[in-house]
Design a protein around this ligand. Structure first.
Ligand code: SAM
Length: 108
């Protein structure tokens, strides 16, 4: 994401959430000034991405979920911070997956 934005000369800040610090690649860490690595658990999204932080983000926001955990709860939480023109992607969504128990086009 960071390289794509850089190549397209998009001035942006990237925040990424991961609960296992060991999977964060060293090359990515070296780009630490441009990427904010947030170590936290997406089963506790209100703590990991608190309201103050979310409200401080400059729009447009692009959110992409690729953790495949607690999806309905997390999309519902994040939805309150989105405005017209923002984007929210859920990667690799499998409709047969047991944790997808909502209509992604009709969540509150
Ligand atoms: C499919 S991988 C994402 C890979 C990443 N998008 C990339 O391109 O490098 C899913 C990641 O979600 C993380 N993850 C799983 N459960 C999580 C949780 N409860 N909180 C935060 N991260 C979690 C895993 O450790 C894993 O690194």
């Amino acid at each position: 994401m960071r390289d794509t934005c850089k190549n397209l000369e998009i001035d942006t800040k990237i925040h990424t959430v991961e609960y296992n610090p060991e999977v964060v690649d060293n090359k990515a860490r070296e780009k630490g000034k441009e990427i904010n690595f947030i170590i936290g658990d997406l089963y506790d999204i209100e703590k990991v991405l608190p309201q103050d932080f979310m409200n401080s983000l400059k729009h447009p926001i692009l959110i992409t979920d690729d953790a495949h955990v607690n999806i309905a709860n997390n999309l519902t939480y994040l939805n309150q911070f989105l405005e017209e023109g923002d984007y929210l992607f859920v990667e690799d969504l499998n409709p047969d997956s047991s944790n997808v128990i909502f209509d992604p086009f009709n969540f509150e």
